[in-house]
Design a binder for this molecule. Structure first.
Ligand code: NAP
Length: 273
């Protein structure tokens, strides 16, 4: 029940009407008996600074950031965690008395989704498809859990090399760059391109690459259906993490940042299933 003391949280993006985040976060607030409400705010790109100031003025506890604002949030926060700094993208903001703390929980969300699927990351060779903000956040989080080597394959090799250089600056080792057309061998493959958002998209690797001995993780999710990559991996009996598991766990991490406690993951999961 919304009361006079109800705390405010929001998703800031455009468009936002399709988002599963309100269902997921509000379910956890109810299950955990916390007096917060999470709403979606459709914000034009040139209104982002004003919207952020407004949320601060309204004493919101924080907010999530989605397309197209993740990058534009960087100069609007007072502090950045490592994933947000290296990826150049903020997906979660906590509003404190002293200012705004910007985080990126996408990479940590993918790590937790792999753990849930019993996909061991430590010491493994990982092929990351894509070199955008999500790929970078995943790369930082995978580096933090001690993967063996990271192959970054991107359509634009220059962008992949730029990400490699930024990751090297964090002390990460074992980084290799490839064009998306020439894939190296790897034990774990992550799709961090948007390929799969539309049913007619090609899968991001040649179909023969999806085989036993490899695990696949897809950042892309499509409510109510599987991406072509996830479908093919399941058909072939290959371990796979679908994008909705990453969505769940990036939300779990955001919820913890706002409330300081472990959320009811089961309630959040049921809300988006
Ligand atoms: P981004 O910054 O725009 O980066 C997109 C990357 O994909 C770039 O490396 C780009 O290559 C590559 N790419 C784009 N179109 C391609 C195509 N047709 N073929 C091959 N490569 C292509 O995007 P992002 O923010 O990282 O997001 C990537 C995906 O992750 C999105 O689909 C998003 O929905 C998803 N995501 C999911 C979650 C979740 O919770 N499950 C969270 C965050 C993001 P170039 O550099 O060559 O252009």
């Amino acid at each position: 029940m919304i009361s006079g003391k109800t705390g405010l949280l929001a998703l800031v993006g455009q468009p936002v009407g399709h988002s599963l985040s309100p269902a997921m976060h509000n379910a956890a607030f109810v299950a955990d008996g916390l007096d917060f409400v999470y709403v979606c705010l459709d914000v034009d790109p040139d209104e982002l600074p004003a919207a952020v100031k407004g949320l601060e003025a309204l004493k919101a506890r924080g907010f999530n950031v989605t397309m197209p604002h993740k990058r534009a949030m960087i100069p609007l926060v007072d502090e950045l965690d490592e994933e947000a700094r290296v990826s150049g993208a903020v997906n979660t903001v906590v509003i404190e008395d002293f200012g705004l703390r910007g985080f990126n929980t996408d990479g940590g969300g993918m790590v937790m989704a792999c753990q849930e699927a019993s996909i061991e990351l430590s010491g493994k060779s990982v092929l990351l498809l894509g070199a955008g903000g999500t790929a970078a956040a995943i790369a930082v989080a995978f580096g933090n859990v001690g993967i063996g080597e990271l192959h970054i394959a991107n359509r634009s090799v220059e962008r992949a090399a730029h990400l490699r250089d930024k990751l090297q600056g964090t002390g990460m080792k074992g980084l290799l760059v490839h064009h998306l057309d020439v894939l190296p061998d790897a034990e774990i493959v992550i799709n961090a391109t948007p390929l799969g958002m539309n049913e007619e998209d090609p899968i991001p690797v040649p179909p023969a690459y999806v085989r036993e001995g490899r695990a696949f993780c897809d950042a892309v999710y499509r409510p109510g259906t599987q991406t072509p990559l996830v479908r093919l991996a399941r058909e072939r009996g290959v371990p796979v993490v679908a994008g909705d598991r990453m969505l769940l766990y990036q939300g779990v991490l955001a919820q913890k940042l706002w409330t300081g406690r472990e959320p009811n993951v089961k309630a959040m999961d049921q809300a988006i299933s």
